[in-house]
Design a protein around this ligand. Sequence first.
Ligand code: GLN
Length: 277
Amino acid sequence: MTIKKALFLGAQILKKITDVSFLESEILLAKVLNLSRSKLYTSENLILSLEQQHEYQKLLEERTTGKPLAYIINKKDFWNISLDINKNVLIPRSETELLVEEILNRTSEKERKVVLDLGTGSGAIAISLAYERSNWQIIGSDKSIAALDIARKNALKYKLSNISFEQGDWFEPFQDKLFDVIVSNPPYIKSSDPHFNGEIRFEPIIALDGGKQGMDKLSGIIRNAPRYLGKNSLLIVEHGYNQAKEVYALFELSGFKQIDILQDLAGLERATLGYLS
Ligand code: GLN
């Protein structure tokens, strides 16, 4: 079977699970053949070995179970980095880039900042910031040792010396520390949310489940953050599209000023930030 035929058949099989079936079949075949996607086109008539054909078929079948593509290829692009991921970390979402973008827009290259990324997972936010701001000091924390293994590996890949990681439950490892920026994409989905039966069932529940109303972790972070923030500091959190009002109220109650609700590219209220003077 040629590459061209394999792509066509793969796309047919993936149609029932994704709208971008051709693209996904390219990505899977590129992985099997260890070629870039563009190279597939210049080698359209190349014949797959039987072994390659079987491997490709196996990946297509995995994908049809609903397993996210990112967990099959163990990679996900975020901001301008490429992260290694596995089932122990949430797949970084494009809407989370909003947090990185906003922090960069609201600070200048020259100011030196110490930043804490709470619940760093794959390290997506922390590593993007460390990559963009070489003079900052970034700390990523997570309760999950398996997540920290991946985050450290990702940081190492980019040879970043301005980032470190701590294991622990939210603020627990940072008792006497003060930060200029605290950022977090905590679990914020309601325990009863039907989405837990969809593709997110493949992702770690610890990274998604925010308790009965989805607010448990968000409210803990917003209430406790002032104790760990220095002068002229910033807190920014991601939240569900219908949690902005409640999050805003929590920011106000905790003494934050110049509070802003931010919309993602889909126009949903996806993050909130506030300053502490
Ligand atoms: N944005 C993710 C989703 O909707 C949830 C991420 C989170 O809980 N932090 O699947």
